[in-house]
Design a protein around this ligand. Structure first.
Ligand code: KG4
Ligand code: ZN
Length: 351
């Protein structure tokens, strides 16, 4: 079954073609980072308008790349939520209109299910059951995954998500948007000098809390700024000091994430971990997880870097998995446009 997938939940337009027999045939992405950069964050209205501009040219591009035409498409998947309502509506409207025109089944995909299943797009994919660490801009969750739609929440953040903590801390250090990759780049030049807390490291549960860490960074930045020059502001803080703060912040987050992943493996008795979402691209996190899982003779899998952050391939894949199962019990497709800006992953069921 050849499935065309659309991702438009935030600031990236992703389109991909996934074939249930042959795998991923083509994918294309347009990032709006440059457009939003001058505002220091995502402007929802601009995001929606840009998805409208990009979705169909990207579709033409992936069809040409895979040497296919619209007539070959047998199913359509789109991100139904969670995300920015306007941005989701663009993807859903385009996907549903195409599905209606082609008279093929369509499916609304949960964005986080897309992230969660992204490692399965790789060669030698991990087998169910596994523990999943989902660390994105909006979520930090540990889950037990027994199959498609079988997700048991093991731990969650009590406040900020890991990616959000990276983004907010980057802002405190005067780095641009998007903050995560910029902070990771600066941290690579840093060294151990400061000590920041490791919130919830020994909490004996699998939950996270990152907002206190961000406050600790703010206090440190203010202290160091005052030490440097009473009249300066954090933007003028010495770059070497900023790099050392970034280093320690990244150490704290990656140590907590690694420790909780290992605890989740212990608690579930599983030996297979997958990591997905934007923060899963962080190389220090991968280094620590690789070492810790190796020590305990466990396996760890990641999506390729470009599939850690938002992309169309993960939506085409998750949609294809669900559509393939639905094919066995065909039902009339509902072509109305319905999005879910807020949508709990726990509401999903097996296809
Ligand atoms: O999964 P994603 O693209 O979007 C959401 O669904 O939220 O994740 C984006 C998040 C942002 O917070 C971004 O700063 C963070 O992932 N991120 C990183 C890195 N690359 C992206 N955080 C740390 N290190 C990175 N290399
Ligand atoms: Zn995402």
């Amino acid at each position: 079954m050849l499935v065309l997938g659309f991702e438009s939940s935030c600031d990236e337009t992703g389109v991909a073609l996934y074939d249930t027999e042959q795998g991923l045939l083509a994918h294309a992405l347009h990032s709006q980072v440059e457009m939003h950069a001058e505002y220091g964050g995502v402007v929802p209205e601009l995001a929606s308008r840009d998805h409208i501009r990009r979705a169909l040219p990207l579709t033409q591009h992936v069809l040409a790349q895979a040497n296919k035409t619209l007539a070959d498409v047998e199913g359509i998947a789109y991100t139904q939520g969670p995300g920015l309502a306007g941005a989701l509506l663009v993807g859903a409207s385009i996907a549903q209109s195409l599905a209606f025109t082609l008279q093929v089944p369509s499916i609304g995909v949960h964005h986080l299910e897309g992230h969660l299943l992204a490692p399965l797009l790789e060669k030698n994919p991990p087998k169910f059951p596994f523990v999943a660490l989902l660390v994105s801009g909006g979520h930090s969750q540990l889950m037990r995954v027994d199959g498609i739609g079988q997700y048991e929440l093991l731990g969650d953040t009590l406040d900020d998500a890991a990616g959000e903590a990276f983004d907010k801390t980057a802002k405190l250090l005067g780095l641009g948007y998007p903050g995560g990759p910029a902070l990771a780049k600066l941290a690579a030049q840093g060294k151990p000098r400061f000590k920041l807390p490791r919130p919830m490291l020994n909490s004996k549960d699998l939950n996270f809390s990152f907002s206190g860490l961000k406050t600790a960074v703010l206090t440190l930045v203010n202290q160091e700024t005052a030490n440097q020059n009473q009249h300066s502001n954090p933007d003028t803080l010495d770059l070497a000091i900023k790099a050392d703060i970034a280093w320690e912040f990244q150490e704290s987050v990656t140590e907590i994430l690694t420790s909780k992943c290992m605890a989740a493996l212990r608690q579930t008795g599983l030996d297979n971990l997958i990591v997905s979402g934007g923060v899963g691209a962080n190389s220090r996190l991968r280094e620590k997880l690789n070492a810790a899982t190796k020590r305990k003779l466990c396996k760890v899998s990641y999506p390729r870097l470009e599939f850690c952050t938002d992309n169309g391939a993960m939506i085409a894949f998750a949609g294809a998995m669900r559509l393939k199962t639905l094919q066995q019990h065909p039902q009339p497709t509902h072509y109305g446009v319905q999005i879910k800006a807020r949508w709990d992953l726990a509401e999903l069921t097996t296809p």
